[in-house]
Design a protein around this ligand. Structure first.
Ligand code: SIN
Length: 282
Protein backbone atom coordinates (compact mmCIF):
# COMPACT_ATOMS: atom_id res chain seq x y z
CA UNK A 1 0.00 0.00 0.00
CA UNK A 2 1.26 3.49 -0.87
CA UNK A 3 0.16 6.60 1.06
CA UNK A 4 0.41 9.99 -0.63
CA UNK A 5 -0.46 13.14 1.30
CA UNK A 6 -2.84 15.49 -0.52
CA UNK A 7 -2.28 18.64 1.61
CA UNK A 8 -0.04 19.56 4.55
CA UNK A 9 -2.77 19.34 7.19
CA UNK A 10 -5.36 16.80 6.04
CA UNK A 11 -5.99 13.96 3.63
CA UNK A 12 -4.02 11.19 1.94
CA UNK A 13 -4.66 8.95 -1.04
CA UNK A 14 -4.07 5.21 -0.68
CA UNK A 15 -3.09 3.14 -3.70
CA UNK A 16 -2.20 -0.50 -4.23
CA UNK A 17 -4.92 -1.61 -1.83
CA UNK A 18 -8.35 -3.18 -2.19
CA UNK A 19 -10.97 -2.55 0.49
CA UNK A 20 -12.47 -6.05 0.18
CA UNK A 21 -9.01 -7.50 0.92
CA UNK A 22 -8.43 -5.01 3.78
CA UNK A 23 -11.70 -6.17 5.39
CA UNK A 24 -10.17 -9.67 5.76
CA UNK A 25 -6.52 -8.85 6.42
CA UNK A 26 -5.69 -7.77 10.02
CA UNK A 27 -2.28 -6.26 9.18
CA UNK A 28 -3.57 -4.30 6.22
CA UNK A 29 -6.54 -3.03 8.22
CA UNK A 30 -4.21 -1.97 11.07
CA UNK A 31 -2.10 0.01 8.56
CA UNK A 32 -5.19 1.76 7.23
CA UNK A 33 -6.43 2.52 10.72
CA UNK A 34 -3.06 4.07 11.65
CA UNK A 35 -3.08 6.11 8.42
CA UNK A 36 -6.56 7.38 9.27
CA UNK A 37 -5.41 8.62 12.69
CA UNK A 38 -2.51 10.42 11.02
CA UNK A 39 -4.25 11.91 7.96
CA UNK A 40 -7.89 12.14 9.21
CA UNK A 41 -9.41 11.33 5.82
CA UNK A 42 -8.23 8.71 3.34
CA UNK A 43 -9.17 8.36 -0.31
CA UNK A 44 -9.04 5.43 -2.73
CA UNK A 45 -9.95 5.02 -6.39
CA UNK A 46 -11.21 2.09 -8.45
CA UNK A 47 -12.73 0.05 -5.62
CA UNK A 48 -14.85 -2.36 -7.63
CA UNK A 49 -16.28 -4.17 -4.63
CA UNK A 50 -19.60 -5.59 -3.45
CA UNK A 51 -21.81 -3.70 -1.00
CA UNK A 52 -21.13 -6.53 1.46
CA UNK A 53 -17.39 -5.75 1.21
CA UNK A 54 -18.02 -2.08 1.87
CA UNK A 55 -19.97 -3.02 5.01
CA UNK A 56 -17.45 -5.64 6.13
CA UNK A 57 -14.61 -3.11 5.85
CA UNK A 58 -16.47 -0.36 7.75
CA UNK A 59 -17.50 -2.85 10.46
CA UNK A 60 -13.82 -3.43 11.24
CA UNK A 61 -13.95 0.02 12.91
CA UNK A 62 -17.15 -0.72 14.84
CA UNK A 63 -20.89 -1.41 14.50
CA UNK A 64 -22.80 0.56 11.85
CA UNK A 65 -26.02 2.50 12.22
CA UNK A 66 -28.72 3.68 9.82
CA UNK A 67 -29.97 7.25 9.51
CA UNK A 68 -33.48 8.05 10.80
CA UNK A 69 -34.30 10.26 7.80
CA UNK A 70 -32.04 9.19 4.88
CA UNK A 71 -32.94 5.66 3.71
CA UNK A 72 -30.58 2.68 3.58
CA UNK A 73 -30.04 0.01 0.97
CA UNK A 74 -32.88 -2.48 1.67
CA UNK A 75 -30.59 -5.49 1.27
CA UNK A 76 -27.67 -3.95 3.18
CA UNK A 77 -28.77 -2.27 6.41
CA UNK A 78 -26.14 0.19 7.61
CA UNK A 79 -25.43 1.42 4.07
CA UNK A 80 -27.14 4.82 3.87
CA UNK A 81 -28.11 5.96 0.38
CA UNK A 82 -27.32 9.56 -0.51
CA UNK A 83 -28.92 9.60 -3.93
CA UNK A 84 -29.73 12.82 -5.81
CA UNK A 85 -31.40 13.46 -9.15
CA UNK A 86 -33.61 16.04 -10.84
CA UNK A 87 -36.47 15.20 -8.43
CA UNK A 88 -34.49 15.72 -5.21
CA UNK A 89 -36.04 18.39 -2.99
CA UNK A 90 -33.87 21.52 -2.81
CA UNK A 91 -33.82 21.38 1.01
CA UNK A 92 -32.30 17.86 1.04
CA UNK A 93 -28.65 18.85 1.29
CA UNK A 94 -25.24 18.09 2.76
CA UNK A 95 -23.66 21.42 1.84
CA UNK A 96 -23.25 22.55 5.39
CA UNK A 97 -20.06 21.95 7.38
CA UNK A 98 -20.76 19.11 9.80
CA UNK A 99 -19.52 15.97 11.48
CA UNK A 100 -22.05 13.15 11.08
CA UNK A 101 -24.92 12.69 13.51
CA UNK A 102 -23.64 15.05 16.22
CA UNK A 103 -27.31 15.26 17.26
CA UNK A 104 -26.85 11.79 18.77
CA UNK A 105 -25.59 11.33 22.33
CA UNK A 106 -22.79 9.26 20.81
CA UNK A 107 -22.07 10.71 17.34
CA UNK A 108 -20.49 8.54 14.66
CA UNK A 109 -16.73 8.03 15.02
CA UNK A 110 -16.28 7.90 11.28
CA UNK A 111 -17.69 6.85 7.95
CA UNK A 112 -16.79 5.03 4.75
CA UNK A 113 -18.34 6.54 1.61
CA UNK A 114 -18.34 5.08 -1.91
CA UNK A 115 -19.32 6.80 -5.13
CA UNK A 116 -21.78 4.76 -7.19
CA UNK A 117 -22.57 7.39 -9.84
CA UNK A 118 -21.00 10.79 -10.44
CA UNK A 119 -22.46 13.90 -11.99
CA UNK A 120 -20.73 14.93 -15.25
CA UNK A 121 -19.31 17.98 -13.44
CA UNK A 122 -19.23 19.07 -9.80
CA UNK A 123 -20.30 17.12 -6.71
CA UNK A 124 -16.92 17.19 -4.93
CA UNK A 125 -16.73 16.72 -1.17
CA UNK A 126 -14.50 18.79 1.14
CA UNK A 127 -13.13 17.92 4.59
CA UNK A 128 -11.66 20.26 7.20
CA UNK A 129 -9.14 19.49 9.96
CA UNK A 130 -10.88 20.63 13.16
CA UNK A 131 -7.78 20.02 15.31
CA UNK A 132 -5.90 22.59 13.26
CA UNK A 133 -8.95 24.86 13.49
CA UNK A 134 -8.77 24.56 17.29
CA UNK A 135 -4.97 24.92 17.50
CA UNK A 136 -5.06 28.16 15.50
CA UNK A 137 -7.64 29.90 17.70
CA UNK A 138 -6.39 32.95 19.62
CA UNK A 139 -5.53 32.13 23.24
CA UNK A 140 -8.31 34.31 24.68
CA UNK A 141 -10.90 32.37 22.63
CA UNK A 142 -9.40 29.05 23.78
CA UNK A 143 -9.74 30.25 27.37
CA UNK A 144 -13.30 31.42 26.81
CA UNK A 145 -14.51 28.16 25.24
CA UNK A 146 -12.74 25.74 27.61
CA UNK A 147 -15.61 24.09 29.48
CA UNK A 148 -18.35 25.46 27.19
CA UNK A 149 -21.06 23.04 26.02
CA UNK A 150 -23.49 23.26 23.11
CA UNK A 151 -26.68 21.61 21.82
CA UNK A 152 -26.82 19.72 18.52
CA UNK A 153 -30.23 19.21 16.98
CA UNK A 154 -31.80 16.89 14.43
CA UNK A 155 -35.07 18.77 15.04
CA UNK A 156 -33.64 22.04 13.69
CA UNK A 157 -31.82 20.37 10.76
CA UNK A 158 -33.45 17.28 9.21
CA UNK A 159 -36.69 18.08 11.05
CA UNK A 160 -37.05 21.59 9.64
CA UNK A 161 -38.88 20.53 6.46
CA UNK A 162 -41.27 18.14 8.27
CA UNK A 163 -44.79 18.75 9.53
CA UNK A 164 -45.05 19.89 13.16
CA UNK A 165 -46.20 16.39 14.19
CA UNK A 166 -43.41 14.58 12.34
CA UNK A 167 -40.80 16.99 13.70
CA UNK A 168 -42.03 16.49 17.26
CA UNK A 169 -41.91 12.70 16.80
CA UNK A 170 -38.35 12.93 15.46
CA UNK A 171 -37.28 15.07 18.43
CA UNK A 172 -38.91 12.61 20.85
CA UNK A 173 -36.73 9.84 19.36
CA UNK A 174 -33.60 11.99 19.23
CA UNK A 175 -33.65 14.72 21.90
CA UNK A 176 -31.06 17.42 21.22
CA UNK A 177 -27.65 16.26 22.40
CA UNK A 178 -25.25 18.31 24.53
CA UNK A 179 -21.53 18.09 23.69
CA UNK A 180 -18.36 19.94 24.69
CA UNK A 181 -17.41 22.74 22.29
CA UNK A 182 -13.85 21.37 22.36
CA UNK A 183 -13.64 17.59 22.29
CA UNK A 184 -10.66 15.36 23.00
CA UNK A 185 -9.90 12.59 20.53
CA UNK A 186 -10.24 9.30 22.46
CA UNK A 187 -7.32 7.68 20.60
CA UNK A 188 -4.81 10.51 20.05
CA UNK A 189 -5.70 12.80 22.98
CA UNK A 190 -5.72 15.83 20.63
CA UNK A 191 -8.29 18.62 21.00
CA UNK A 192 -10.68 19.57 18.20
CA UNK A 193 -13.29 22.25 17.73
CA UNK A 194 -16.65 20.48 17.89
CA UNK A 195 -19.45 22.81 16.77
CA UNK A 196 -20.97 22.55 13.30
CA UNK A 197 -24.10 22.96 11.19
CA UNK A 198 -26.12 20.87 13.70
CA UNK A 199 -25.21 23.13 16.66
CA UNK A 200 -27.96 25.50 17.83
CA UNK A 201 -26.69 27.23 21.00
CA UNK A 202 -24.36 27.09 23.99
CA UNK A 203 -25.97 25.59 27.08
CA UNK A 204 -23.72 27.04 29.81
CA UNK A 205 -22.68 30.44 28.43
CA UNK A 206 -25.04 32.65 30.46
CA UNK A 207 -22.98 32.93 33.64
CA UNK A 208 -21.74 36.05 35.40
CA UNK A 209 -18.41 35.78 33.56
CA UNK A 210 -20.05 36.20 30.17
CA UNK A 211 -23.29 38.10 30.69
CA UNK A 212 -24.24 41.43 32.34
CA UNK A 213 -27.83 42.65 32.84
CA UNK A 214 -29.27 39.99 30.52
CA UNK A 215 -27.01 41.17 27.68
CA UNK A 216 -23.98 39.20 26.58
CA UNK A 217 -20.65 40.54 27.75
CA UNK A 218 -18.14 40.54 24.85
CA UNK A 219 -18.25 38.65 22.57
CA UNK A 220 -21.90 37.53 22.61
CA UNK A 221 -22.91 33.89 22.57
CA UNK A 222 -24.43 34.09 19.09
CA UNK A 223 -21.41 35.87 17.62
CA UNK A 224 -19.00 33.48 19.29
CA UNK A 225 -20.86 30.39 18.04
CA UNK A 226 -21.05 31.78 14.48
CA UNK A 227 -17.31 32.57 14.63
CA UNK A 228 -16.44 29.05 15.80
CA UNK A 229 -18.69 27.37 13.22
CA UNK A 230 -17.14 29.51 10.46
CA UNK A 231 -13.61 28.14 11.15
CA UNK A 232 -14.23 24.98 9.07
CA UNK A 233 -14.59 27.15 5.96
CA UNK A 234 -10.91 28.25 6.02
CA UNK A 235 -9.29 26.75 2.87
CA UNK A 236 -5.92 26.04 4.54
CA UNK A 237 -7.64 23.51 6.83
CA UNK A 238 -9.26 21.66 3.93
CA UNK A 239 -8.86 18.94 1.34
CA UNK A 240 -11.21 18.60 -1.64
CA UNK A 241 -11.91 15.30 -3.39
CA UNK A 242 -13.07 14.88 -7.01
CA UNK A 243 -15.19 11.73 -7.19
CA UNK A 244 -15.04 9.06 -9.88
CA UNK A 245 -17.21 5.93 -9.87
CA UNK A 246 -15.97 3.43 -7.26
CA UNK A 247 -13.78 5.96 -5.48
CA UNK A 248 -14.05 5.93 -1.69
CA UNK A 249 -13.39 8.14 1.32
CA UNK A 250 -12.79 7.00 4.91
CA UNK A 251 -12.94 9.76 7.53
CA UNK A 252 -12.63 10.37 11.24
CA UNK A 253 -15.63 12.38 12.46
CA UNK A 254 -13.95 13.08 15.81
CA UNK A 255 -11.48 15.55 14.30
CA UNK A 256 -12.92 16.57 10.92
CA UNK A 257 -15.99 18.11 9.34
CA UNK A 258 -17.13 17.75 5.74
CA UNK A 259 -19.21 19.56 3.14
CA UNK A 260 -20.68 18.03 -0.04
CA UNK A 261 -20.66 20.73 -2.71
CA UNK A 262 -24.09 21.02 -4.37
CA UNK A 263 -22.98 22.35 -7.75
CA UNK A 264 -24.35 19.57 -9.96
CA UNK A 265 -28.18 19.80 -9.78
CA UNK A 266 -30.26 18.59 -11.56
CA UNK A 267 -27.89 15.73 -12.56
CA UNK A 268 -27.55 12.36 -10.83
CA UNK A 269 -25.13 11.75 -7.94
CA UNK A 270 -25.29 8.46 -5.98
CA UNK A 271 -23.23 7.85 -2.87
CA UNK A 272 -23.44 5.09 -0.23
CA UNK A 273 -22.21 5.72 3.29
CA UNK A 274 -21.48 3.30 6.12
CA UNK A 275 -21.64 5.31 9.37
CA UNK A 276 -19.73 3.84 12.33
CA UNK A 277 -21.12 4.23 15.87
CA UNK A 278 -18.86 6.31 18.11
CA UNK A 279 -18.42 7.30 21.77
CA UNK A 280 -19.89 10.11 23.82
CA UNK A 281 -17.52 13.08 23.27
CA UNK A 282 -15.56 14.39 26.25
C1 SIN B 1 -22.18 13.33 3.98
O1 SIN B 1 -22.42 14.46 4.35
O2 SIN B 1 -21.86 12.43 4.74
C2 SIN B 1 -22.24 13.01 2.51
C3 SIN B 1 -21.02 13.41 1.79
C4 SIN B 1 -21.21 13.34 0.30
O3 SIN B 1 -22.30 13.01 -0.19
O4 SIN B 1 -20.24 13.62 -0.40
Amino acid sequence: MRIEKLTTHIGAELSGVNIAEAAKNDDLFAEIRAALLEHKVLFLRDQVIRRADHIAFAERFGALEDHPVAGSDPDNPGLVRIYKDENSPPDYYENSWHADATWREAPQMGAVLRCIACPPVGGDTMWANMEKAYDDLPDHIKTQIAGLKARHSIEASFGARMSDEARAALKARFPDAEHPVVRTHPETGRKALFVCGFTTHFTNFHTADNVRYGQDYAPGAGQLLAYLISRAAIPEYQVRWRWTPNSMAIWDNRCTQHYAVMDYAPTVRKMERAGIIGDKPF
